[in-house]
Write a protein that binds this ligand. Sequence first.
Ligand SMILES: NC(=O)c1ccc[n+]([C@@H]2O[C@H](COP(=O)([O-])OP(=O)(O)OC[C@H]3O[C@@H](n4cnc5c(N)ncnc54)[C@H](O)[C@@H]3O)[C@@H](O)[C@H]2O)c1
Length: 370
Amino acid sequence: MKRSPLAQTQFLSAHDVATIVSHLGAAAALSRMADYIREDFLRWQEFDKCARVASHSAGGVIELMPISDAKTYAFKYVNGHPKNTQVGLPTVMAFGVLADVATGVPELLSELTLTTALRTAAMSALAARALARPNSRVMALIGNGAQSEFQALAFHHLLGIAEIRLFDTDHGATEKLLRNLAHTAIRLIPCQNVAQAVRGADIVTTVTADKTNATILTPELIEPGMHINGVGGDCPGKTELHPDVLRGASVFVEYEPQTRIEGDLQHLPADFAVTELWQVLKGQATGRTHDAQVTLFDSVGFALEDYSALRFMRDAAAQLGIGQRLALIPELANPKDLFSLIRPASKPAPRAAHATALAASAVPELALSA
Ligand SMILES: NC(=O)c1ccc[n+]([C@@H]2O[C@H](COP(=O)([O-])OP(=O)(O)OC[C@H]3O[C@@H](n4cnc5c(N)ncnc54)[C@H](O)[C@@H]3O)[C@@H](O)[C@H]2O)c1
């Protein structure tokens, strides 16, 4: 029996995505990822959007992030558990799907843990390209965990950031970053505290993980002209910035209804003015108006970025011949005869004990096939 090509699912493992990024190189991967995101943000109105569905628990959150246009549906499953690293697990883990809107066939199932780090960094750089002073060369990077190297590389390659001041409450995290990026041309400067890292920086990126309303940045640390890229405040009760930092800045967001709930914006009244970034990218709203203006991207991560990231990975995988076919949807000679999957193959009817064994053997392969 031949499987209908319409019901095939492509699978990209974490190893596949790592192979794609290694082939392309981090600079090209981040740059192309940013292009895909930009392309999709420019057709913002074509998407059916909603705030993600979050399931909160004492230690973290599990979220589902759906979005679709007329042709393609996407969702991401992602968690955020800041204490996970203490038990040897990443804080953020994710996977996602691209599906055909016309038939509902899940066309791609992909890892999104590594991909999320790339897409978040590409999104941050895309926002900074529109909002930061064009001659920005120095960035403070507060929080040196799993996402941090990707942020550093995106700002280096996409914005020309040459010097990055590092701070993390865990010195081991900063040492890891220093080791990982030692081969690059970025001047990396470990700092003793947030104030030392931030002083004189053109851009400040906060990418910490702590399930609390932290105040990593307070108003006295903010200098005229700074661009703040707030990445780690992305959940109710999990923020990074003193509310007065937002009050003193022009604030830009991905999808306003979601950021009002999840971003650092959650501490401000509902009528506090913000601008959705797509409007700036499209030329429908003003970004930075003068050199002394403080701009702030209150990033929480929006489903459209994952739609773009999945699209990018699917295209890159196809170009490089990477990935596997996954037998996720059953093969059916008659699509109305789902029962055929478990119907005993031969007569006379087997005894009950045999029936179970025969039914199991009639289930088609569920493992990966190349
Ligand atoms: N906005 C987005 O699109 C997006 C996407 C992915 C992840 N995130 C968020 O980014 C954050 C970082 O994710 P990660 O995967 O790198 O987590 P991680 O746990 O690997 O790293 C976080 C780092 O922050 C440090 N930290 C915690 N509190 C600190 C403080 N007060 N000062 C300085 N450093 C501090 C920790 O020591 C740790 O090294 C998380 O909060 C995550 O939810 C946001």
